[in-house]
Design a protein around this ligand. Structure first.
Ligand code: SF4
Length: 453
């Protein structure tokens, strides 16, 4: 265990979390500790080739990083392209050219492999025109192979959803859509500079259903500025009336990357957000929705994004496009550059557009398993751990096991139950010192922070 007081460690965790724009609820090693590396093409190719020998569960994520405008609450690295079609087209054409080069690099490495899921995220993939949608899927099919019964998910913005766009995505295999609704409260929407209302959301939803997309996920954000508990619950109830296959309730994260934060917006009350989220999940449970991951509930156990579900499992994710994240199981975590110029120039410089990397060992994957399981399920499954890693948790982490029990974790048959209040202690117990030190250096905390170790 790291020899640092819990309150200091919690502050470090907050700092790390604030710098994380990956969108994942749990990262290990924490994103703040990922480093720049040289000879990136060779390093990445070697890592993937090794990793592909250990698992055939591979998934493909592609980022379409463009948005008409930036919503004030959004911490994702997006490129604002406005609303003029000509300008949007110019950006997209240039992007496809660089994306195609990146895909070609990975295409050799993934030859003979079939991806289990495809997720097209953003940004706003629904900004693509019909011909661009066809071109985009041709690019992917030319470079990669996919399994039959592929779950193909596309993120869409309610205002862009029309019959032509949806039909083009559907014809190219899209069978699941995530609508980024976030809020239906006009006061909140005005404050966060987002333009939509319930009528547009309903219209978008009906178009998707009419054209045969039955798996629809609606994203909401809890804790947005100008939002109250009452207004969020009202949004939730309006959403429920549409009966989406899945409802995702994110917590607002006011990281340094949001416009709201840059303009001096104050930090939300995270405890209150958690209590509203809990209440919301209880409402959904009472009408038959079931928990499918840490932030969402679905109508059936299969109502989920298979790409991000069960991340603790032995599975890999190749992410391509600006700011995309990859996980080569047992070898590396990595993130692409978030800078438009760097992304577009990377092929000219003969390199892939990768920005930062974290080398992984099998022990790191074990730690990731422990943290991810505890965060999403509230327990560590000792049988599952042994099956995955061929080693007993109690043997590998004997000291940590004893400390956890001392702290109040309880063993129930093959499960080690981790109470919610121990989540940060769990991280303090498992985070390795060099990783924390690297994270602190990257996040440019004052040196005296380091001396506390
Ligand atoms: S919330 Fe969605 S639409 Fe808004 S800026 Fe972020 S990615 Fe774009």
């Amino acid at each position: 265990m790291i020899n640092v007081k819990p309150n200091i460690f919690n502050r470090i965790l907050e700092k790390f979390k604030a710098l994380d724009y990956t969108g994942y609820s749990e990262q290990y090693p924490p994103f703040a500790s990922w480093k720049k590396v040289s000879k990136i093409n060779k390093t990445v190719e070697k890592a993937w080739r090794k990793s592909l020998k250990t698992t055939d569960k591979i998934n493909l994520f592609v980022n379409i990083p463009f948005c008409a405008h930036k919503c004030a609450f959004c911490f994702l690295p997006v490129i604002c392209v406005g609303e003029k079609r000509e300008q949007i087209d110019r950006f997209i054409e240039k992007y496809f050219s660089a994306l195609s080069k990146e895909a070609q690099f990975y295409s050799k490495i993934f030859k003979g492999c079939e991806f289990s899921t495809l997720y097209v995220g953003g940004g706003t993939p629904s900004l693509l025109s019909v011909s661009q949608i066809n071109k985009f899927f041709d690019l992917l099919k030319k470079n990669f192979s996919f399994r039959k019964n592929l779950q193909t998910t596309v993120e869409m913005y309610p205002q862009n959803i029309n019959k032509n766009i949806v039909e083009a995505f559907r014809k190219n295999g899209t069978n699941r859509v995530c609508i980024g609704v976030q809020s239906l409260d006009q006061k909140v929407l005005t404050g966060i500079q987002r333009r939509q209302d319930i009528k547009e959301v309903k219209k978008a939803f009906n178009i998707l259903r009419e054209l045969g997309i039955s798996k629809i996920n609606i994203d909401l954000i809890c804790g947005l500025p100008w939002q109250t508990q009452e207004s969020f619950i009202k949004d939730l109830k309006s959403t429920i009336k549409l009966k989406p296959d899945q409802i995702h309730i994110n917590a607002f994260m006011n990281t340094p990357y949001t416009i709201y934060s840059i303009k001096g917006g104050k930090q939300p009350d995270y405890k209150k957000i958690e209590s509203i989220r809990k209440k919301s999940f209880d409402i959904l449970k009472s009408i038959g929705y079931i928990k499918v991951d840490s932030d969402s509930m679905g109508l059936t156990p299969k109502s989920k994004n298979f790409q991000t579900a069960d991340l603790w499992d032995k599975k890999s994710l190749l992410g391509i496009g600006l700011g995309a994240i990859s996980r080569a199981y047992g070898e590396i975590r990595s993130i692409n550059t978030i800078t438009w110029k760097d992304y577009c120039d990377a092929p000219k410089n003969g390199r892939i557009p990768l920005e930062r990397i974290s080398q992984m060992t099998l022990e790191d994957e074990m730690i990731f398993y422990v943290l991810e399981k505890a965060a999403n399920f509230g327990y560590i499954d000792l049988n599952e751990f042994e099956k995955l890693f061929n080693k007993k948790f109690e043997n590998i982490f004997d000291e940590e096991f004893k400390v956890l029990e001392k702290f109040g974790a309880k063993r129930k048959k093959e499960k080690l139950i981790i109470p919610h209040k121990l989540r940060n202690d769990l991280r303090r117990l498992f985070y390795k010192l060099p990783i924390i030190a690297q994270g602190l250096r990257n996040s440019k905390l004052k040196p005296e922070f380091l001396k506390k170790f």
